[in-house]
Design a protein around this ligand. Structure first.
Ligand code: NAP
Length: 335
């Protein structure tokens, strides 16, 4: 794996949806060196039951969007203990249970948050991780978790010891692959001392490219698959925001929505809009397709609050970017 674009035709354009085309559309990619095979468009589910993250969430809508995603070829679901807390994992467990294809579905979950009185602290100790896996298995109503991440680093646990505990759980068949999230590059190196880390999950999108500096090259060198979170910059990179959009105070607090930065970001997104329009695609498809041209990225997990968004994001698979377009997008967001 290198750090440049994989290939201009990594994502192909399909036509009218014959049986053969649909089979190809549902093709799977391997996540790094793991044995997990997934549709490159996965689903982030922090808004499925994530009541602590989003007010007034409609659980029925969350359940429905997961069902619809699975029915339309998505087979990679990203959840975590802290989404809810617990509720996102429970809903994923219920929906997966309804389907007859557990072995086709790849469930990723995460843990590290521990409630200590009124406070939440991070815990990466082997005992806590082991207990977290056991509890997640129950909420997800499954015998194994396909990908288990340490969600955030704690202060004390040596990171190779934490990952060593996950390796034991992998050997026992309770998890199939090991991930870490939100680790610094040094923490990742320590975590991967024995080469056991399969996946790194971190913030990355066209407006936030810090990970390219150190995390991407290290991940490429060690066959660690990089899964970006906030791939749509919480919706900004779908192109639905304009200069006239009234932003809530909460939105304005996010760096990419702050006055000045927001207007500059919209200028960049307008340039992508032109590229997308020329291809008969939408901004979100072009943005998501661009991530899949990065060598270290095998799969993306855009989040959704409505079923229609899931179907929209799946259309990314129909977009092929030329080398010129890949480079042009790269440059737009480097300026
Ligand atoms: P995101 O993917 O950048 O944005 C998702 C949001 O964009 C949706 O909730 C929806 O919000 C909007 N959206 C999605 N598709 C759309 C479409 N086609 N058209 C218009 N709007 C659309 O952010 P995210 O969901 O926070 O991140 C992705 C996933 O990463 C999460 O679900 C979670 O699984 C994971 N994550 C992990 C960490 C970590 O610490 N490891 C941190 C954050 C997230 P609106 O409808 O409100 O606009």
């Amino acid at each position: 794996m290198g750090t440049g674009p994989r290939c201009c035709s990594a994502v192909k354009r399909w036509g009218t949806g014959t049986k053969k085309e649909l089979d190809e559309l549902n093709r799977k990619v391997r996540i790094g060196k793991s044995d997990l095979l997934v549709n490159p468009i996965g689903l982030g589910t922090n808004a499925v039951g994530g009541h602590n993250l989003f007010p007034n969430l409609d659980e029925a809508a969350g359940r429905e969007l997961v069902r619809l995603g699975l029915a339309n070829g998505i087979n990679f679901l990203d959840t975590a203990f802290i989404y809810g807390p617990k509720r996102s994992e429970e809903i994923i467990g219920e929906v997966v249970k309804e389907s007859s294809s557990r072995s086709e579905i790849v469930i990723a979950t995460k843990a590290a948050h521990k409630f200590a009185g009124n406070e939440i602290v991070m815990d990466n100790s082997p005992a806590f991780l082991k207990q977290s896996v056991e509890h997640a298995l129950k909420r997800l109503q499954t015998d194994y978790i396909d990908l288990f991440y340490i969600h955030f680093p704690d202060k004390d646990t040596p990171k190779d010891e934490a990952v060593g505990a996950l390796k034991l759980l992998k050997d026992e068949g309770k998890i199939r692959a090991i991930g870490v999230s939100n680790f610094s590059i040094d923490q990742l190196k320590e975590a991967n001392k024995d080469g056991y880390v399969d996946v790194y999950q971190g913030e990355y999108n066209l407006l936030s490219r810090e990970a390219e500096k150190e995390l991407f090259p290290y991940a490429a060198e060690h066959q660690i698959s990089f899964i970006p979170y906030f791939p749509l910059a919480s919706g900004l990179l779908t192109g639905k925001y304009t200069r006239d959009t009234e932003l809530s105070e909460k939105m304005r607090k996010r760096p990419q929505f702050q006055e000045g930065a927001y207007e500059q970001n919209l200028d960049k997104i307008d340039k992508v809009r032109n590229i997308a329009a020329a291809k008969g695609a939408e901004v979100a498809h072009v943005v998501l397709a661009w991530y899949l041209t990065r060598d270290v990225i095998d799969v993306i997990i855009p989040g959704a609050k409505r079923a229609a968004q899931v179907l929209q994001n799946l259309k990314t698979l129909e977009v092929a970017l030329s080398t010129e377009e890949i480079n042009e997008i790269d440059q737009i967001f480097k300026r």
